[in-house]
Design a protein around this ligand. Structure first.
Ligand code: KG4
Ligand code: ZN
Length: 381
């Protein structure tokens, strides 16, 4: 697979490096995807020459969540295979690689360590520069890889492990406008699906069931909507769903298919309303802070939700803002976005060395106190 994207990194850098092209190997292992990618950057643009993602879904499914020890072991067992595959698919060898970009956090520490130790060994043995990437920066910079967006812009990260609004001022400067104080939205969708006996991952299953459901039958809470700001809270919503489900089971001796669909639709509607309202606030806040209107981009698995995506697109249209939704394979976890974030640093000659350490928590915005979203990666940024 060869995909051509923008040359944002290349042509907005004051790089003094003399090269026709650079090949970055990206490695990702911070949660339940073992991934490697080869990204080419040249004067014309960025090309994803390969992107291999090995999901561990089957290993964790019987436990109802990602088990850190199992994840770390599986990453350690597969990381070399996945890297080799990415080189082979891109038709290159290690000698062609200009730098190694690896997720150094935030995430499940065992998984992050598996990728990082492998990348360090590879860097030392091949004498290639090592670049430790913040996983969240990988997501936040994706609109530059796909759409050549100039700094600054606004990103909403919504996945099973993340939830935050960020002003992306530069490749190394981020300002968090808000985030979740408990569950991540994808995590809430996954828990809802579990309560309703639907498949994992829960987001797509709840969305499917919601199609034929009545979104007005249950009036679930819209947490933090009556409070100022752009923070989220999703755990109360999940509890409200559980109560309603239990009530129905008690009253009628079980859940009918119609109940599952109506509960799904009502739950999705509440998630939607909160995310949409908070996005409107984040756009306004961005305008106040920067005196400009943002390009607004979403990233993360929940960005796949058609109802949410559609409404965010419409809001941007009505406000005459550019709205970007990267292709799904770049919204969910992968190593191409890690390679791209490394490329931005590579072009600035901004490298790490073997003292680079793995960080379970690593907020992108150092100026703000950390918030404690749990997410399927455990408590982190
Ligand atoms: O970004 P991602 O692949 O992994 C991380 O969590 O980092 O996101 C996966 C999450 C899961 O929680 C999944 O349920 C959710 O994204 N998701 C969705 C949809 N598709 C995936 N949530 C709502 N609606 C969807 N269509
Ligand atoms: Zn992610």
């Amino acid at each position: 697979m060869v995909k051509c994207y923008s040359d944002a990194a290349y042509d907005t850098m004051e790089h003094s490096m003399d090269f026709n092209k650079a090949l970055i190997l990206g490695i990702e292992s911070s949660c339940d995807d073992t991934a490697a990618s080869i990204l080419e950057i040249n004067s014309k643009g960025s090309k994803i020459k390969s992107s291999i993602v090995h999901n561990q879904f089957n290993l964790h499914k019987e436990y109802g969540g990602v088990v850190p020890e199992i994840a770390a072991r599986a990453h350690a067992e597969l990381i070399d295979v996945v890297v080799e595959k990415s080189l082979k698919e891109a038709n290159v060898v290690m000698g062609d690689i200009s730098a190694i970009g690896v997720t150094a956090g935030p995430g499940l520490i065992g998984g992050v360590l598996s990728g990082l130790m492998f990348a360090k060994g590879l860097s030392v043995s091949t004498n290639k520069p090592l670049i430790g990437v913040n996983h969240l920066a990988g997501h936040a910079l994706t609109p530059r890889l796909t759409n050549k967006v100039s700094f600054p812009y606004l990103v909403l990260l919504v996945s099973g492990g993340h939830c935050q609004f960020l002003i992306v001022h530069n490749y190394n400067r981020y300002e968090r406008l808000g985030g979740t104080i408990d569950d991540a939205p994808g995590e809430a969708f996954d828990k809802a699906a579990r309560l309703l006996g639907l498949q994992q991952p829960g987001g797509p299953a709840v969305e499917e069931a919601a199609k034929t459901g009545d979104a007005e039958r249950f009036n679930f809470p819209r947490p933090l909507l009556n409070q100022e700001g752009c923070d989220f809270s999703f755990s109360g919503l999940k509890t409200a769903l559980m109560r309603k489900r239990n009530e129905l089971i008690e009253n009628q001796d079980g859940l009918f298919e119609k109940d599952v669909c109506d509960l799904s639709a009502s739950f999705q509607q509440a998630m939607h309303d909160v995310i949409v309202e908070k996005s409107i606030r984040a756009i306004d806040l961005y305008a106040k802070i920067t005196n400009t209107n943002p390009t607004f981009s979403i990233a993360g698995g929940v960005a796949a939700n058609k109802k949410i995506r559609h409404s965010l697109k419409n809001i941007c249209k009505s406000k005459k803002l550019e709205f970007l939704a990267p292709p799904l394979e770049l919204c969910t976890d992968n190593a191409a976005i890690i390679a791209y974030a490394a490329a931005e640093r590579f072009l600035h000659g901004d490298y790490d060395d073997t003292t680079l350490s793995a960080r379970p928590r690593w907020p992108l915005d150092n100026q703000k106190p950390a918030i404690l979203g749990s997410g399927k990666r455990g408590s982190k940024a």
